[in-house]
Design a binder for this molecule. Structure first.
Ligand SMILES: [Zn+2]
Length: 419
């Protein structure tokens, strides 16, 4: 494959709903760099977020560029057109140099029978025992199993090829980072499935550098992992080994690594992920987004005064529109509505009470994960406040940016990459 733009070993996806936190986010990566660990920032925003907020990809690019310039960041950085497809990608083309091709909707829809046959003929090496360095037990993939996996994923991979070639035609090959995401679907991909998917991506000629599978367990927005950590750790280690094997076996880019979506706030997984990276000398892309928006609300509340008033108003609005706000995120949140404090109770909270309920400190008895998930999806309420919300962000800037940086550095980068 020709020379391509490459992504560093460790990278952090950051989301900035209102395009005001890029400097505070970049400061987290700068702190990591000062401590000797390079983590490349990638500003990601999905078409879904742009539509809900009424923002444009140009704004994400402008905010990232301005932050990099103002803080003197000399290392690479990227802007990710997150979760795009053929229908949504075009508006990102002038501004994004990282494309997350989301093909989850094509999973389970069968490709043409001839394409499946051709794939099976081409990949006889995938049938039987497949020994993968770093995995003790060889995978055993039977012929019917390979046919089943190809039947489930080949169409999705073909779609990824279409989107990749569309973007490459407009931007030029090698001028952007390609991610393929499979995470927004019902069932997790097993490591043997990952191997087959990577072989198929290589056939399509996609220089994929990050791949986002759906892992076992629940990756709810803004809260910790729900599932068996031991099982996740085994699966993650196997996936990392599969990625390294597929790079060699199928000639995929050497920089290929896993991307963890809804990677924010998964505190119980950073230890296992960090250990796997060390063991396999591998990299990872940790994709976060809404965790930064939650820090904006925390920063507003912490500032007290008008900031606190606004934070309470956002909560009240979110409670009123809970149905509508949760709908687009149904597969990635678990809110028990009986555990949401009523608006009139929150109304009487001090700034400390509000912050304690929202800030992600699982051991704090006042922390409320239901409130946190509700506010996670509640950014539309702030978007509807328009200039009033942005004005509050300006007024409360010191406490907002302090919380944004601290959250990304101390609760994410440090436990994952620096310990
Ligand atoms: Zn995702």
């Amino acid at each position: 494959m020709a020379e391509i733009l490459t992504l560093g070993r460790y990278s952090l996806g950051v989301g900035d709903r209102f395009a005001r936190q890029a400097p505070a986010q970049l400061r987290a990566c700068m702190t990591a760099a000062e401590k000797g660990v390079e983590v490349i920032p990638v500003w990601n925003k999905s078409n879904r977020e742009h539509v809900i907020i009424g923002s444009e990809p140009a704004g994400t690019r402008a905010a990232a560029d301005a932050a990099v310039k103002a803080l003197g960041w000399k290392r690479p950085y990227y802007v990710d057109a997150d979760h795009i497809g053929l229908r949504t990608v075009d508006r990102f083309i002038p501004y994004a140099d990282f494309y997350t091709i989301d093909v989850a909707d094509w999973i389970g829809k069968p490709a043409a029978a001839a394409a499946i046959e051709a794939f099976i003929r081409r990949h006889a090496e995938l049938v039987g025992k497949v020994a993968i360095p770093g995995i003790e037990e060889p995978f055993e993939i039977s012929a019917p199993e390979l046919r089943r996996i190809a039947g489930k994923y080949l169409l999705a991979v073909q779609e990824a090829g279409k989107v990749y070639r569309h973007v490459a035609g407009l931007k030029g090959e090698g001028k952007f980072i390609t991610e393929v995401s499979l995470d927004e679907t019902d069932s997790a991909q097993t490591p043997p499935e990952m191997l087959v998917i990577l072989a198929a991506l290589a056939n399509e000629g996609i220089p994929v550098q990050t791949i986002a599978p759906k892992f076992t367990g629940r990756f709810n927005k803004g809260v910790d992992y729900v599932g068996e950590v031991g099982r996740f750790e085994r699966e993650f280690n196997e996936d990392v080994a599969v990625v390294a094997y597929a790079v060699k076996q199928y000639g995929l880019p050497r920089t290929l690594k896993l991307s963890v979506h809804s990677g924010s706030d998964k505190f119980s997984l950073y230890g296992p992920i960090g250990r796997a990276l060390k063991r396999h000398k591998a990299g990872v892309h940790l994709k976060t987004a809404g965790t930064t928006w939650l820090e904006e609300v925390i920063g507003l509340a912490e500032a007290g005064g008008d900031g606190l008033v606004l934070a309470k108003e956002i909560n009240a609005g979110a409670l009123e529109h809970v149905e509508e706000l949760c709908a687009p995120y149904a597969t990635v949140i678990d809110i028990d509505r009986r555990k949401l404090p009523p608006a009139n109770v929150v109304q009487r909270w001090t700034n400390e009470q509000f912050v304690a309920a929202l800030r992600h400190e699982p051991r704090n008895p006042a922390f409320n994960p239901h409130l946190r998930q509700l506010l996670h999806v509640g950014y539309k309420i702030a978007a509807q406040m328009g200039e009033r919300y942005l004005e509050a962000l300006r007024e409360c800037e010191p406490s907002v940016s302090r919380n944004v940086t601290e959250n990304l550095y101390a609760r994410h980068l440090k436990p994952l990459f620096l310990t």
